[in-house]
Design a binder for this molecule. Sequence first.
Ligand SMILES: [Zn+2]
Length: 301
Amino acid sequence: MLQLLTLSLAACGTETAAHRVAVPGPSSAAPDKAVHAQAPGEAGPGRGGARAEPRAEAEGRAEAAPRLPLTAGRTTVFEHGVRDRADKTVALTFDADMTPGQARRAAGGERFDNPPLVDSLRRLKVPATVFMTGRWAEEYPDQAVLLDRDPLFEVANHSYSHGAFTTPCYGLPPVAPGAMVRDIDRGFAALRRAGVSPVPYFRFPGGCFDERTLRAVTPAKVTAVHWDVVSGDAFAKDADRVAEQVLGQVRPGSVVVMHLTLSAAPATDAAVRRIVPELRNRGYRFVRVSELIAKTPGAVH
Ligand SMILES: [Zn+2]
């Protein structure tokens, strides 16, 4: 199993190995937010729109988010939920990247947010998990808060400024092992300063990690969330191709990685609008990562 974790100089665009948490087992009670994870027609009226919750509610949800216990003393990596064919779930996840270079471009007017994509998710009533860098929250604090307080969504940590936790990693500047926990904490602090109540999940920038990294970040007390479905939306122009790639890979319990950065992933909104109805036709319901983790044997509530 250890060698399986030494993966993924993959990430934003390639397939990875490793199925870390794939154990079939009994489902535990779904969290309250599961009521939003239904197809149109099943959802109750008025649920899961752009309704903003008070901050206290969002904080309560974040605190209640289940985690996975350590694996051999190290941070555990979650890649997908139980493969339950009787309750086919899938989690769309969106990385809100913001490297120092992108922050400079954003300051020049380039868009690394994606309001039309968020609108589509709301209109289609698709629950989702956003892995947000601290810098993204600093750049778009109003949007960060609206995402956090919408009961459809949960916000998790994607580091402070999208550095590399192993190298090489798409040319991202390295974060030294001794600075990794500090970088994750800095990400959480920036999210909280923006008014976000993040769930205790962390996604490695570029999906780049190894055993040593998992040991180094253990004091951050996060569950590392990877994926089993690569959408290939980074820099993609062809939405149909992204949609086909996702639709060809999704299985019950899958976690799909996509991006919430218009300039770096311009086809994502159109791809999502194709993916969502097709997966619902296939009997899937959309959930947040916290629901997949809640149903994973061994999750700590
Ligand atoms: Zn990223």
